[in-house]
Design a binder for this molecule. Structure first.
Ligand SMILES: Nc1nc2c(c(=O)[nH]1)N[C@H]1C(S)=C(S)[C@@H](COP(=O)(O)O)O[C@H]1N2
Ligand SMILES: [Mo]
Length: 249
């Protein structure tokens, strides 16, 4: 599926907000820029696409599960690109994470309590629907499976809704949310998460397009019935598997 032929329709009333319009304009810009070798980001920074040699190597790599390391239609960049969104408070002292829904023991964590839970550090590949991918993005935090275990998730829970500042949400199938590489992360690349990347805490769901990794995370809700999230109700695919190019619906 090509990206440009499947861009979400502009006739949805929900698309007509400054944030969504800016975001779509940025995505169109990135698609055009991806044809060249250098992306000049709206924010003023430079993001170099990996050179052809690196791209060739990336395209030849295979994952342990047999899939190509670089999903179809993706190009490598060397650092996470800040993709925007409406930030929440970056202050750890304002942070609360609610773990709730179809669980026997709902709870809330502050930042200190999050740090007191077992910590996992991972290097994961992330894939943005706008066609950039980054290999070996380092994140540190707590596994969603660890939080689920502490909450006592009921069998009735089939989906996880990640909740973030200002009502941003993303829905993920429970078996995918409980995978060992899914984190509630507070550090990236050896530093506390930077504000544009979700400070103080974001979700990281590496196996799905990156819009399923909410920044400025406020809650994890286990639900029986699926609830399409912020981008999913605006024309993005409900599942978002990068290897199946589940970009738009
Ligand atoms: N709260 C929130 N989280 C969000 C978004 C957003 O707008 N708000 N954008 C998503 C999208 S579309 C992408 S591609 C990634 C980008 O993360 P980055 O800015 O750290 O690269 O964050 C995701 N998480
Ligand atoms: Mo995205």
């Amino acid at each position: 599926m090509s990206v440009s032929s499947s861009t979400p329709r502009h006739d949805l009333p929900s698309m007509n907000t400054p944030h969504v319009r800016r975001s779509l304009a940025r995505r169109a810009f990135i698609r055009r820029a991806a044809a060249g070798t250098v992306i000049t980001a709206m924010g003023g920074g430079l993001y170099y696409l990996a050179d052809d040699l690196l791209m060739g190597k990336a395209q030849a790599m295979t994952r342990a599960d047999g899939r190509p390391r670089l999903p179809p239609g993706q190009r490598l960049i060397k650092a996470l690109k800040p993709m925007g969104g409406v930030p929440g408070s970056p202050s750890p002292s304002d942070f609360r994470l609610r773990v709730h829904g179809e669980v026997r023991r709902p709870f809330e964590l502050d930042f200190k309590e999050l740090l007191a839970m077992p910590q996992t550090q991972l290097a994961v590949d992330v894939h943005c629907v706008t066609t950039w991918s980054m290999f070996d993005a380092e994140f540190k935090g707590v596994r969603v499976s660890e939080l689920a275990e502490r909450a006592g998730v009921k069998d009735s829970a089939h989906h996880v809704i990640f909740e973030a500042a200002h009502g941003y949400t993303a829905n993920v199938l429970i078996e995918e949310a409980l995978a060992p590489d899914v984190l509630v992360a507070h550090r990236h690349a050896g530093r506390p998460l930077a504000r544009p990347h979700g400070a103080p805490v974001r979700a990281v769901v590496p196996s799905l397009y990156f819009w399923k990794s909410p920044k400025w995370l406020t809650g994890i809700r286990f639900v029986h019935r699926d609830e399409p999230g912020y981008w999913e109700v605006r024309g993005y695919n409900n599942h978002a598997d990068p290897w199946l190019e589940e970009r738009y619906s």
